[in-house]
Design a protein around this ligand. Structure first.
Ligand code: UD1
Ligand code: MG
Length: 439
């Protein structure tokens, strides 16, 4: 079994992002770009190294750790070009059969591409380049080939008329055989421009040494790079498109796919129906046959089989919606377990709570979970009925089968099967309204 090392270059300046956040930590599908690249790399590679700029290294280390990914972060003290950056990891090169160099700002790269690069190396190539045919090739290095051998990569400013006509361009990703990687990179002379060491020079050097150099072709979208926020939004658009296509292929119904926004980890079971304008934050798992109605926002939520959510529902972290439960319009649920078949259909806030199976929570019910200092639990049993416009002041417990009268403010526990009135009794004064009107 061949071993491989992914080297992810992430020491870009990112000035054009106009942000304090290092460029590669800007999110796509709510996951930092760099971590998309690491995940693609992780699938094919055995170990990953990230090359960071000095000011960004700590933030990058933290982001990697937070998501439970594994990669060493090494610092490139000065940004002297892509070859120079890759060489920061040189100590490790000879321990691996394959070295795959990826860019931290091209988050759409796929695991399949990493695998294909490795296959080419396994078939004897010393250098393999990921080529592409972008609609507009301007700005990209052109791949100069001789039959199926790659001879050189010509950056646009150095290209002749004939070379400029070549549509096959350098996507940036490169694979190097571990045995020759250090020698080739060391030989890269100070490039002609800006005192930079270009990784792309590896191609001509390897070719001149009689080594096998090949290109594979990948989709140009995969290597779309992010240098500013406009490009970030374009990459996000393509990412969302990809996710929608996958969701539909896997059996979800999206009524207006272009209006549904996924996070990188959104999980959809089969038979899910998603109406227009639904937004997923991180950490949402949607069970089989769930319906999410229009204009809902979900984050950190777990929906069990057959639940119906929305329209206009907001599920926040810790929302656990039981089998067949209904969460209706203008309902916000946070850190609450809603039992199977329970209904919370209109205008409610249910936070830090348990709602037992089959319980009905009436319109306008609010859990008063916060006393200004701490959050407290509202525990509602099974088969209970909470009348409309009730305030449940936590900590409070409402027993199984209990009934809370509409308009109650509940501050004390309600025993099982009891009826609780938490409001002033109504008094009718006959004729009083008419008398007032006469005055
Ligand atoms: C590179 C290729 C070009 C290709 C294009 C595709 C080179 C020399 N050129 O150009 O042929 O068509 O990608 O997008 O490789 N980086 C470091 N340290 C450095 C310099 C760069 O870590 O000292 C990182 C950057 O953060 C970035 C990546 O390397 O993630 C690529 O560098 P960039 O300057 O964007 O190269 P391009 O001009 O896009
Ligand atoms: Mg670039």
């Amino acid at each position: 079994m061949r071993t491989s090392l992914a080297v992810v270059l992430a020491a870009g300046e990112g000035k054009r992002m106009k942000s304090r956040l290092p460029k590669v930590l800007h999110p796509v599908g709510r996951l930092p770009m760099l971590l998309h690249v690491l995940k693609a790399a992780e699938a094919g590679a055995h170990q990953a190294v990230v090359i960071a700029a000095p000011h960004a290294a700590d933030d990058i280390r933290r982001a990697i750790k937070e998501r439970g990914l594994k990669a060493d972060v090494l610092v490139q003290e000065e940004q002297r070009g892509t070859a120079h950056a890759a060489l920061v990891a040189r100590e490790a090169f000879s321990d691996f059969d394959d070295i795959i160099v990826l860019f931290g700002d091209t988050p759409l790269v796929t695991q399949r591409t990493v695998e294909r690069m490795r296959e080419a190396l396994a078939e004897g190539a010393s250098v393999v380049v990921a080529g592409m045919r972008p609609a507009d090739p301007s700005g990209y290095g052109r791949l100069i080939a001789d039959g199926d051998q790659l001879v050189d990569i010509r950056e646009e400013r150095d290209a002749t008329e004939a070379e400029l006509a070549i549509r096959f361009c350098n996507g940036g990703i490169m694979g190097l055989a571990g045995a020759t990687a250090t020698d080739i990179l060391d030989a890269i002379e100070d490039g002609n421009h800006q005192q930079e060491f270009y990784l792309t020079d590896a191609v001509s050097i390897a070719h001149k040494r009689g080594l096998k150099v090949v290109a594979i072709e990948i989709d140009a979208d995969e290597v779309l790079g992010v240098n500013d926020r406009l490009q970030l939004s374009e990459v996000e658009r393509l990412y969302q498109q990809r996710r929608r296509t996958e969701a539909i292929a896997e059996g979800a119904t999206l009524l207006a796919p272009e209006t549904v926004f996924f996070a990188h980890d959104t999980y959809l079971g089969s038979g899910v129906v998603i109406e227009p304008d639904v937004v997923f934050g991180e950490g949402v798992t949607v069970g089989k046959d769930v319906t999410i109605r229009a204009f809902s926002h979900l984050e950190g939520a777990n929906l069990w089989e057959g639940a119906i959510v929305g329209p206009f529902a907001r599920l926040r972290p810790g929302a656990e919606i039981g089998k067949g439960a209904h969460i209706g319009n203008f309902v916000e649920i946070k850190a609450a377990v809603v039992g199977a078949g329970a209904k919370i259909n209109h205008l409610s806030y249910i936070g830090d709570a348990r709602v037992g199976a089959r319980t009905n929570v009436g319109a306008g019910t609010i859990t008063c979970n916060y006393d200004g200092v701490a959050k407290h639990l509202t525990d509602i049993g099974e088969g209970a009925f909470i009348g409309s416009n009730s305030s449940l002041v936590a900590p409070v417990k409402i027993g199984d089968g209990a009934y809370v009268a509409s308009g109650s403010t509940i501050t004390e526990d309600v025993p099982e099967d009891a009826l609780a009135f938490g409001r002033a009794r109504q008094v009718n004064k006959p004729g009083r309204a008419a008398e007032k009107r006469k005055k």
